[in-house]
Design a protein around this ligand. Structure first.
Ligand code: BES
Ligand code: ZN
Ligand code: ZN
Length: 504
């Protein structure tokens, strides 16, 4: 989606469609709309009276304006009650309108923040529009070789700014929203890619490419030999069952003017989780190509942080491997020695995520981080507990959790906290080693969190289980069904807030 920001009157536009919002309680909310009504001989008023425009949330209505100036078509998107308009509803409405434009096979659309009847700053409206339209129009077309379904259809957006003094901020907001959208789309593409293409080495190559294009990011990749030398035997244990070599990807973003200790992000990068010797049932196993969504999200956040020039140092750690039942595969009953020195009895080779994260969380310590956040498609139990739209949050740092909750309210990426209580620690006690990697079915998301917490020493830490929201089986307005790129917008928002506090 190409985006242009112009100063001027939208009435000079000749786009295929102009997007407007309607509200349940204020159906003609701006003087511009009143003007449209007038030039169209009260067409809007008549449609409202006939009940064709109700302003209900997610209602999309097309209006054709005959013989009027240049604006020919209006798309009215309902937002519900005006007083209840919030960023999430606005993003949904913009995304739905962009998808309508594509459905109609039109190529250009216009918005004018001052015409939407919203009480938000112009640059906010622009940024919500650009971000959500772009994300709403996303499709994973990499493997579509046949034309059809209008696969290559493109849509352009022009945003019209009324006052010259608002132009600079609006252009900046549009560019930033584009960069953030790029990062989310990068993650969606990586997660959608099947495991025969998106191998651990391919993930490492993607990270190196990100670094090559940006001076502020240094990328270093450890191969299995180096992983072994470092002492990450839990990661190595999981990688052993596959012919694809495991990789430990380190991305180091150093923003200019960054002060203070770095923030470390850790992402589970299981490019395919067959379950290993504790093999998964074949039904839905294809979905396990997405078990690297946490790792991909970390790559996306580091990329966005650099492109938005955040004044922070951010380290991304991505243990990347397959979990396969090869001849050298680790087996139930095996004991692995983690980088921390703690030993783990393997009960199920399918609880592999916590093993590779354990080593990574210990590795994180060498950066003396101000905070560590891990993202992982860790447990099916988290999906059962919270549903497919919600991340499970666990951790030891109240303030960091609050920062994430606050960012989540702004971005609409839902988080719910789960407790780390004694029962969960009891469940992972082993008879022969320090810990076992499974604590039974009850409270599975929390025993996984409790397991990870055993490897946290001396830094604030939060774990986000993204098994549910990383892949959606249902379409959402700005998150089409499939890979969502969850975590990127959330963490970028949190990091932006973080750097703003640093400025004070
Ligand atoms: N990658 C899975 C978790 C998962 C399940 C992610 C569904 C996305 C959708 C993880 O490695 C796993 O297999 N977890 C097991 C843990 C169990 C063996 C304790 C699970 O959730 O069943
Ligand atoms: Zn597994
Ligand atoms: Zn897994």
């Amino acid at each position: 989606m190409k985006v242009t920001v112009k100063q001027g009157n939208i009435e000079a536009s000749n786009a295929d469609a102009t997007i407007l919002f309607s509200y349940e309680d204020v159906l003609i909310p701006t003087r511009y709309m009143a003007a449209f009504d007038e030039v169209s001989r009260n067409l809007l008023r008549q449609m409202i009276d006939a009940g064709d425009i109700k302003g209900k949330a997610k209602e999309v209505q097309l209006v054709f304006l005959p013989d009027t100036r240049r604006v020919r078509r209006l798309i009215f998107v309902g937002l519900g009650k005006k007083s209840e308009a919030n960023p999430e509803k606005i993003r949904e409405a913009f995304a739905l309108s962009a998808r309508k434009v594509r459905e109609m096979k039109w190529h250009s659309m216009d918005i004018a923040p001052s015409m939407m009847g919203l009480d938000f700053p112009t640059e906010w409206i622009i940024s919500m529009a650009v971000e959500s339209m772009r994300l709403g129009l996303y499709r994973f077309t990499h493997f579509k070789t046949e034309e059809g379904e209008n696969i290559r259809h493109t849509v352009e957006l022009t945003a019209w700014i009324e006052k010259e003094e608002d132009l600079k901020k609006a252009v900046q907001a549009a560019r930033e929203a584009e960069r953030l959208g790029d990062a989310v789309i990068f993650v969606r593409d990586l997660v959608s890619m099947p495991s025969n293409e998106m191998t651990p080495k391919a993930m490492a190559r993607e990270a190196l490419k990100i670094g090559e294009k940006r001076q502020s990011i240094k990328v270093n990749v450890l191969d299995e030999k180096e992983i072994k030398k470092t002492g990450m035997h839990a990661l190595l244990g999981v990688a052993k069952g596959s012919r694809e070599e495991g990789q430990f990807i380190i991305m180091d973003y150093q923003g200019s003017e960054s002060k203070g200790a770095p923030i470390v992000l850790v992402g589970k990068g299981l490019t395919f989780d067959s379950g290993g010797i504790s093999i998964k049932p074949s039904e839905n196993m294809e979905g396990m190509k997405t078990d690297m969504a946490g790792g991909a999200a970390v790559m996306g956040v580091v990329m966005a942080a650099a492109d938005l020039k955040l004044p922070l140092r951010i380290i991304g750690l991505i243990p990347a491997t397959e979990n396969m039942p090869g001849g050298l595969a680790y087996k139930p009953g095996d004991v692995l020695k983690t980088l921390s020195g703690l030993t783990v009895e393997v009960i199920s080779t399918d609880a592999e995520g916590r093993l590779i994260l354990a080593d990574s969380l210990t590795y994180a310590k060498r950066y003396k981080p101000a905070a560590v956040i891990d993202l992982a498609t860790l447990t099916g139990a988290c999906i059962i507990a919270l549903g497919e739209n919600v991340m499970g949050m666990m951790g030891t740092a109240r303030e960091l959790k609050e920062k994430l909750m606050h960012a989540s309210e702004l971005t609409g990426e839902k988080i719910w906290e789960l407790p780390l209580w004694e029962d969960s620690y009891e469940a992972i006690k082993s008879d022969i080693a320090d810990l076992k990697n499974v604590g039974g079915r009850p409270g599975g998301a929390m025993t996984a969190g409790a397991f990870l917490s055993k490897f946290i020493t001396g830094y604030p830490w939060v774990h986000l289980d993204i098994a549910g929201p990383s892949w959606l089986n249902k379409d959402h307005p700005y998150t089409p069904k499939g890979a969502s790129g969850v975590g990127v917008r959330l963490l970028v928002q949190m990091l932006k807030n973080w750097s703003a506090i640093g400025d004070e």
